[in-house]
Design a protein around this ligand. Structure first.
Ligand code: PLP
Length: 374
């Protein structure tokens, strides 16, 4: 059987990795400034993480959600302590798409409305509804016959209100920093405006923190900077440092009932152990502070390079926007300089999503490499 080809692949075969480095089958060392789409938060194969997963699999790797799992409660408490989500509830699943799917479903159960409002250029995973948000010319398979997605320009509160006042929208879903879309950010005024409109029109406000959460921006969640309270927050990626785990944090105003949501794998013992160890390392190694410091260092260096139009993003969710398409530059960084970077919907932008353990010397390597390739 062959692989169903849905991705264009670079010709590199990683076989091992350590912290910010990846090694291929030919023994070549690569600097990983992409972390597999922002997944590697505490560095590849961190010893605390490896030990936690190893110990868990040797005792109890998995049992179903119909029994007590004290690790989930421990994780919920830890998330509450580290984030601005006091009093929220945790529901666990296994990926970002599943987190958003659950968030949208829950919103619809909560207020009995059926449409979704998303922002142009957003990306919420390959969900039946949210996939449409990646490209408003292609609305693919809405959740059901009545359900659909409305798209609005990021920042346009009047357009949001025009839609919400029709009283059909169950949820507004927003990335405070657009990842795949190209690092455009919402302003505080916009976020607070969304919160106000959602309250006024009985609509659930979902912050998609799948990519921006878990310390990547230097705050635990990107929305915290804007001083508002989403009703649901979706999480995944950096949460498991490679272990497939996701979840939603749910404001106490949204009531749970048996059977409302469900999953086979979500929140299993191994997933909890992986996530708990990620949080442990984030705290012990002060990685959110490191994200802020390394971000400042990066931006300072970036401002000196030629042909750069803008440095976008926040913390270690960054983009270098040039005045030309970057596909060849990215290939040269990979094959000549052995540096992994990412792309986005903006063809002129290189995405930088390194492990939060990155140091100045690694950032220096990127800028030396750019000097050679530009
Ligand atoms: N939401 C955002 C903001 C994302 O960036 C992504 C993936 O890139 C997703 C959701 C989907 O996550 P997953 O690929 O784990 O389904």
């Amino acid at each position: 059987m062959s692989i169903f080809k849905v991705y264009p692949l670079f010709d590199v075969t990683p076989v091992s990795a350590k912290d910010v480095y990846v090694y291929d089958d030919k023994g070549i060392e690569y600097l990983d400034l992409y972390g597999g789409h922002a997944v590697i938060s505490i560095g590849h194969s961190h010893p605390t993480y490896v030990a936690a997963i190893t110990e868990q699999i040797q005792t109890l790797g998995f049992y179903s959600n119909a029994i007590q799992n004290p690790l989930q409660a421990k994780l919920a408490n830890k998330l509450e302590a580290l984030s601005a989500c006091k009093g929220y509830h945790l529901f666990m699943c296994s990926s970002g798409a599943e987190a958003n799917e659950n968030a949208l479903k829950l919103a619809s159960f909560h207020n009995q409305k059926h449409r979704i409002l998303a922002f142009k250029n957003s990306f919420h995973g390959r969900t039946s509804a949210a996939v449409a948000a990646t490209d408003n010319t292609k609305i693919v398979a809405p959740l059901n016959a009545q359900q659909g997605v409305d798209f609005v320009e990021l920042g346009n509160l009047n357009a949001v209100e025009d839609i919400l006042k029709q009283n059909e929208t169950c949820a507004v879903i927003v990335e405070c920093i657009q990842g795949v879309g190209g690092l455009d950010q919402s302003t505080t005024e916009f976020c607070q405006g969304l919160e106000k409109l959602c309250k006024q029109y009985n609509t659930v406000l979902i912050a998609d923190e799948v990519q921006s959460g878990f310390g990547r921006t230097g705050d635990f969640f990107a929305f915290e900077k804007h001083n508002f309270k989403p009703d649901i927050i979706s999480i995944a990626k950096g949460m498991g440092n490679g272990f497939p785990v996701g979840g939603i944090l749910i404001h106490p105003s949204i009531q749970a009932s048996y059977g409302l949501l469900g999953t086979t794998f979500g929140g299993n013992h191994l997933a909890c152990a992986a996530t708990l160890s990620v949080l442990d390392v984030l705290e012990k190694e002060n990685l959110m502070q490191n994200a802020k410091e390394m971000s400042n260092y990066f931006v300072g260096k970036a401002e000196k390079i030629p042909k750069l139009k803008a440095v976008k993003g926040r913390g270690l969710m960054l983009g270098l926007e040039f005045d030309f398409p970057v596909a060849t530059l990215r290939k040269n960084l990979l094959y000549h300089q052995h540096i992994f970077t990412g792309s986005s919907k903006n063809p002129n932008l290189i995405r930088i999503l390194p492990p939060l353990t990155i140091q100045k010397k690694h950032i220096d390597l990127l800028f030396e490499a750019l000097k050679l390739e530009l």
